[in-house]
Design a protein around this ligand. Structure first.
Ligand code: GCV
Length: 644
């Protein structure tokens, strides 16, 4: 095998509870059998001498009780000296992985009765048919090779990894559908897609496909893709019927329409609701769902236009359509109003929909957060989003309670360690756990992931957990603190370029002059704050009550603005950059001290990534600070060097 099994590489335990010796129960379904196999293999790897028995004969045992149906609930109960694991085939899979994880953590008798918070918990791959991955930082696609989908042993291990942390779906191709990926809808690749779907299905992972809105023209030879055109509707219905009947376990389509140049209903004067509903109608007879992305904004903005505010675009486009979507449509909403920056407020659209299902989209691919060369543990950010009270309802008002599903842009590729940076796998694992239970604690997740991945050496666990928990704020400090965002190199989005996007068309401006920086988004500015409930709008609109870490997202401020601790805004930005680099160095040093406690190959890989992180962090510090110095001619109060 040329890849690792990440946290599923169970480590040998010096002792295990007596009940691990006997396994009782013979699940009937394919998923139940997979659960049993995982249990036996997992226990064996941990050193248990388990046997499969027809009865417990009064001895402690693990009993698997498979219930009919396909629900996801899992129950784990004490039963005498042993354990009973109860669930459908899928439930047993989640229960077995939960049990194995807890045995690996050295925790005996985990009582557990759990259902996932959301019925859809998935990863979105931005994999292209040629094997490249848009915003991929860990090798090439393991779903596509030379223009065709492929199913390999890795597909199965991927399904195991997903199920083991509670995930139940993946969309295997890029939302920007081009090249031979277009043909995934036709008969050309049905055999391969079926193999992938069947493979994923064994672990309860559904297959999703991204589709192009203009497929009826690109593939069907029609003159239009107008969603109200009878021939177009028929084309989608026929295509969906053929696809769903050929591919079991196909859950539906993901669509990026009228976004960043992708085709969509607007070209025909139709609304997003008309576009999405037409597709929803086509997949509805097969239980299919449509995930319709809300990442819609003007990407050809003139930078001199100060009226248009990209942050406002999604709420403006979709809130008026609330209630117009069919019930099998989910609006897919990125966590922030702009685009996966290290710090953004929560998307106001998440507080708007009362009659439409939504799926919250995170990005664990670290496009703007260090591209898996920098360590950046994203779970604290995800929890902040899920825990945000939107101020729109008396109850069930948290984002976690308002959404109906969750997804994340995947950070995996065919690198032997799956995620490029070994520590980035914590984001994959953690996103899974959080999608099952949005109240899961980032610190507990980090600790668990570290133990499962590196073994139980407390020094390693404490150090790795500490690095992970500090990493987001460290990254934020040396890159774009205070919510300013977008100072990265255009196109690649790696490394600093403070004015890289300033005079471009993407609507992401900070408009810095020698006196001030930031976009005013309060009522006296673009009015973006008004998109929130009165409580949030008021908080963000005032400089005094706006959370400091978002100050420059919401406000345009002079460089001599006094922060709460008395420093000027400029000095705070200088300081953050210096501190961020020092804190990155401290994380790297802490890793170095683990040298004798880790597998040498893993240690060396992560050390090399830390070297690059330190180089890049220093570059960010020097480029941003010297740019600010040249603009303002105000030196650092502490007399540090501010120019390259
Ligand atoms: C898949 C950002 C990324 C694009 C991505 C887009 C999206 O703009 O840079 O690569 O396209 O988001 O989410 O659709």
């Amino acid at each position: 095998m040329d890849y690792s099994l990440l946290w599923l590489d169970w480590k040998r335990k010096s002792s295990l509870p007596a009940y691990t010796k006997r396994i009782v129960g013979m699940p009937a379904t394919r998923q139940g059998k997979a659960a049993l196999r995982e249990l036996l293999n997992g226990l064996k790897a941990m050193g248990a001498d388990s046997e499969l028995c027809s009865g417990s004969d009064g001895c402690p045992s693990i009993r698997l009780n498979e219930c009919p149906g396909g629900g996801e609930k899992a129950e784990l109960h004490r039963s005498g000296e042993g354990l009973a694991l109860i669930g459908s085939g899928r439930g047993l899979i989640y229960g077995v992985f939960y049990l194995l994880r807890h045995l690996a953590l050295g925790e005996d008798y985990p009582e557990w009765e759990s259902s996932p918070a959301y019925p859809i918990r998935m990863l979105d791959h931005w994999d292209n048919a040629d094997g490249s991955i848009e915003r991929g930082y860990s090798g090439r696609s393991f779903f596509f090779r030379s223009g065709r989908p492929v199913c390999t042993a890795r597909t199965r291990d991927y399904a195991r990894l997903l199920a083991s942390c509670g995930l139940n779906g993946c969309c295997i191709n890029n939302v920007n559908v081009h090249g031979s990926a277009l043909k995934l809808l036709t008969g050309s690749y049905k055999r391969e897609l079926k193999r992938i779907a069947v493979c994923l299905e064994e672990y309860g992972v559904a297959l999703w496909l991204s589709v192009s809105f203009s497929a009826p023209m690109e593939l069907g030879g029609l003159a239009t893709a107008d969603p109200l055109d009878p021939e177009v509707r028929q084309w989608w219905q026929d295509t969906s019927r053929q696809l769903f009947s050929a591919i079991p376990n196909l859950a539906g389509f993901l669509v990026k329409a009228d976004s960043e140049g992708r085709p969509g209903p607007h070209s025909y004067g139709r609304s997003h609701a008309e576009g999405a509903n037409m597709l929803a109608e086509a997949v509805s007879p097969f239980g299919g769902k449509i995930l319709w992305r809300c990442f819609v904004y003007n990407c050809t903005q003139d930078w001199r236009d100060t009226e248009t505010d990209r942050a406002k675009a999604q709420r403006d486009a979709f809130a008026p359509l609330d209630g117009q979507f069919r019930e099998n449509v989910f609006l897919q909403i990125k966590n922030g109003p702009v685009d996966f920056q290290i710090r953004e407020p929560v998307s106001p659209l998440l507080g708007e929909l009362e009659h439409t299902s939504s799926i919250l989209e995170f990005q664990i691919a670290q496009e703007y957060t260090g591209q898996q060369k920098h360590v950046c543990y994203l779970l604290p950010m995800f929890r902040e989003v899920l825990d945000q009270q939107m101020g729109r309802r008396a109850d069930r008002d948290l984002v976690a309670e308002r959404i109906s599903a969750v997804c994340a842009v995947s950070n995996t590729g065919d690198d032997p360690n799956w995620t490029g940076h070994d520590l980035a796998a914590a984001n994959l694992f953690g996103f899974g756990l959080l999608s099952w239970d949005p109240s899961a604690e980032p610190e507990a997740i980090a600790r668990e992931w570290s133990i499962l991945t590196f073994g139980g050496d407390p020094e390693v666990t404490d150090t790795v957990t500490d690095i992970l928990l500090r990493s987001r704020s460290v990254y934020e400090k040396y890159t774009v603190p205070l919510g300013i965002g977008w100072m990265c190199v255009p196109g690649t989005h790696y490394g600093p370029s403070p004015e890289g996007y300033e005079y471009d068309r993407w609507g992401t401006y900070h408009r810095a002059t020698h006196r001030e920086i930031g976009v005013e988004r309060g009522p006296g500015g673009t009015g973006f704050t008004e998109q929130y409930s009165p409580a949030l709008a008021g908080m963000y609109a005032s400089k005094e009550t706006c959370p400091e870490e978002l100050l420059l997202f919401f406000h345009r401020l002079p460089f001599d603005y006094r922060m709460k601790d008395g420093r000027t805004l400029l000095q705070r930005i200088y300081d953050d950059h210096f501190e961020g680099v020092e804190e990155a160095r401290a994380m790297s040093d802490a890793w170095d001290r683990l040298e004798d406690r880790l597998d040498p190959a893993v240690f060396a890989r992560v050390r090399a990534r830390f070297r690059e992180q330190l180089r890049s962090a220093a570059e960010w510090r020097d480029v941003v600070n010297s740019w600010l110095y040249r603009l303002t001619l105000i030196p650092d109060e502490k007399g540090r060097k501010l120019y390259l």
